[in-house]
Design a protein around this ligand. Structure first.
Ligand code: 9WN
Length: 419
């Protein structure tokens, strides 16, 4: 059974392989996405370690001079996706978007290194990536935490990777729609519109893109200029974990300065994360930096923070929260609490289960001593695959597959979980 699943997962990775990068799935997402690639490299690492390194090297070959790593790289023209390179108009030699995505590459590269430690070529590849990843982490702290709070903000829902989460509803309401040029969505041709964000949300997504484009994609100015500025515990949990892992990797490679700075970023982040804790829900909350208030929304972002490797009592509370969710949903971890306002079992990040999120929560929980909870998350993940195939996401109440099919990072997570 496991062997068959692994074979199917490998075939999906090969099918979506475009040589030096993978597409998340044929049709719906025809380019390279940032955090998809980093997590996909983990899948490759079990059967083609060279290809795994290449995936991340290609991503970093398109890093901006200021350190930002864009969320999409438009390697080849393809009008099957909106918004394409002409909408972003970032002026990069190979077109890219102008915003970023959850920085999971630091974590992934440490894993790759551990899996190829005895190979001198891998050591060299890690040595070359190390300063680039560190430059990205520095960019985050410089441009997305100008007050030095220890936590960074996202300035567009797409940066979170959890595009239409209930977490963003109130903040997105404040984003205007006047002046948004007419557009034609393509996602709803490839996937069921009932599983995707609404047109109203898309108008606000595009307003933000136009706004940043009018500021010439000067990333040093965008944080202050954006009406949408949110501190997401999941996003920060990922950054903290990557900084910690980069510190370990830098130690191994004798790069003591990068090690010290990365460790300092991670420690400051872990302390600051505490300010997002909510006793009521037993999880972390987002902070709306534009209003200064917490966003009382029971989303998976507050559980994904477990990836940072939390102190025992916090990890225990998150495990307890997952346990309570399991009493309501047939499959954990739903991206939104089924009992909370805004839950929608099939609409993208407003309820469905995502395997990448499950993987990261489980990984963090194991490292904080919550093995049983982590095991139940992984078991549910594999049951979803067995019944629904390698989908983009799944209905937590029925297990029905949703969004795109033959999905790369879903397949990569299956290989990672079973290997
Ligand atoms: C926008 C590729 C990406 C993921 C995101 C997911 C979705 C894009 C979209 O697909 O976002 O970046 O067009 O819907 O939300 O997490 O990286 O798989």
């Amino acid at each position: 059974m496991h062997d068959t699943l692994i074979a199917e997962a490998r075939a999906i990775l090969r099918r979506n392989d475009r040589g030096a990068y993978t597409v998340p799935t044929h049709g719906l997402y025809p380019f390279q996405w940032n955090w998809d690639s980093a997590l996909t490299a983990l899948g490759f690492s079990h059967f083609d370690i060279d290809r795994a390194w290449t995936e991340i090297e290609t991503l970093f070959a398109h890093q901006w001079p200021d350190g930002m790593v864009p969320h999409i790289i438009f390697h080849q023209p393809d009008d099957g996706y909106f918004p394409g390179p002409e909408v972003w108009d970032t002026g990069r030699p190979v077109p890219t978007s102008g915003i970023t995505q959850p920085p999971v590459a630091g974590f992934a590269v440490r894993r790759l290194f551990e899996r190829s430690r005895s190979d001198p070529a891998a050591r060299e590849r890690a040595r070359r990536l190390l300063p680039r990843i560190h430059a990205w982490h520095e960019w985050f702290h410089r441009t997305r935490d100008p007050q030095g709070t220890g936590l960074v903000a996202i300035i567009h829902p797409w940066e979170s990777g959890r595009d239409n989460s209930v977490d963003w509803d109130a903040a997105l309401e404040r984003v205007p729609t006047e002046g948004v040029a007419a557009f034609r969505r393509r996602d709803t041709i490839h996937a069921d519109p009932a599983h995707r964000p609404t047109d109203e949300q898309y108008r606000r997504y595009i307003w933000l893109v136009q706004h940043f484009r009018n500021l010439n994609w000067d990333t040093a100015r965008l944080h202050e200029a954006s009406p949408f500025r949110i501190v997401d515990p999941g996003f920060n949990g990922i950054l903290i974990r990557s900084c910690s892992d980069l510190a370990e990797l830098a130690d191994e490679l004798g790069q003591s300065e990068i090690a010290a700075q990365s460790r300092a970023f991670a420690e400051r982040g872990r302390v600051a994360l505490e300010t997002l804790w909510d006793d009521d829900l037993g999880q972390y909350l987002c902070l709306d930096r534009a209003t200064g208030g917490h966003v009382k929304s029971a989303s998976v972002g507050g559980l994904l923070a477990a990836f940072a490797i939390l102190p025992r009592r916090r990890a225990g509370a998150i495990a307890e929260r997952v346990h309570r969710l399991a009493a309501r949903a047939r499959f954990v971890v739903p991206s939104h609490d089924p009992d909370a306002p805004g839950f929608d079992a099939r609409r993208y990040w407003r309820g469905p289960v995502w395997l990448i999120v499950n993987y990261m929560i489980a990984d963090g929980l194991v490292r904080s001593g919550e093995d049983a909870c982590a095991r139940s998350i992984l078991d549910d993940s594999l049951s979803l695959i067995a019944t629904g195939g390698f989908a983009e996401y799944y209905d937590p109440m029925t297990g029905a597959p949703c969004g795109g099919g033959h999905f790369t990072w879903t397949a990569a997570m299956v290989i990672e979980m079973l290997s």
